[in-house]
Design a protein around this ligand. Structure first.
Ligand SMILES: [Zn+2]
Length: 275
């Protein structure tokens, strides 16, 4: 008798956690709770999933939950007093090692690269990632496009990421474009999403296969005679074939596919990996 009384009293005791939501998860919160840790009061021992949804964030938006810096699944029960951090799909790079709650990312990953990252942009396109880069885009234009089109900003300039409107950005540590490519793949965990030779390196347009006869006038005669398979950019109409220059690119593709989060940091010199 005493026991059950104590238990039900116990259930009514208010408990509190400190919780913080990251990146676009803040869109689901009232302004005063965005981009900061706040206290949340509850009773009983609810699951972390129910608690997060009670706060207003749909669990479908969430990739990683850390309780006291340890990753937990949705069923984890809260007791009060914990610090909880909740991350959306591609904030993964900050929260390793983690338990991922979903096997695949929810969204298509798109980028916009700042004016200094032209080579990286070309390499990302080579791997099939939709990447905007223009020589003379202002920081403001980059931010606006990123917000409008839900693109991740890639930059070596931390200043642009401090703009309050930026929700997704990645500050590159490496300076060599090939190492930058591996860094991005590793940081955002994209090795499985690589789809090489599907996008134009020059203009970001998608490539389509074309009949050999269609490119007869667009490529040099020697090329036409030697190669069978051609692709054409649907945007700028540049024609691609598997020439010797593509073998150099094959190496870049292979290295990117192998750039997993378990791999070496980006500082590793180029020639030393996978010999
Ligand atoms: Zn093109």
């Amino acid at each position: 008798m005493m026991n059950s009384f104590a238990k039900s009293e116990h259930a009514r005791v208010s408990r509190e956690i400190e919780v913080r939501f990251y990146a676009e998860l803040n869109d689901f919160l009232p302004p005063e709770k965005r981009q900061r840790a706040f206290n949340y009061v509850f009773t009983g021992t609810p699951s972390v999933k129910d608690t997060i949804e009670a706060i207003g964030v749909p669990h479908t938006e969430i990739d990683v939950i850390l309780v006291e810096d340890k990753s937990v699944d949705f069923g984890h029960l809260l007791k009060g007093g914990e610090r909880v951090a909740v991350y959306p799909m591609f904030e993964r790079y900050d929260v390793s090692p983690v338990t991922r709650l979903r096997p695949a990312p929810l969204r298509v990953t798109r980028f916009i690269a700042d004016v200094h990252l032209g080579s990286l942009a070309r390499y990302l396109r080579l791997l099939g990632f939709d990447t905007i880069w223009e020589r003379d885009l202002s920081d403001e234009a980059i931010v606006q496009t990123a917000v409008d089109e839900k693109r991740i900003i890639l930059t070596r300039d931390k200043g642009i990421l401090k703009n309050g409107r930026v929700t997704h950005g990645y500050w590159l540590r490496a300076t060599d474009p090939k190492l930058q490519l591996e860094e991005v793949i590793r940081a955002i965990d994209l090795a499985d999403d690589v789809s090489p030779y599907t996008r134009c390196m020059e203009c970001n347009g998608e490539l389509e296969s074309v009949k050999r006869s269609e490119v007869a006038r667009s490529v040099p005669l020697q090329v036409f005679l030697v190669y069978r398979d051609f692709k054409r950019c649907t945007s700028c109409h540049r024609v691609y074939w598997r020439g010797s220059h593509l073998r150099r690119l094959d190496k870049i593709v292979e290295r990117a596919k192998n750039a997993t989060s378990a791999g070496k940091p980006a500082e590793e010199p180029c020639g030393r990996l996978r010999r």
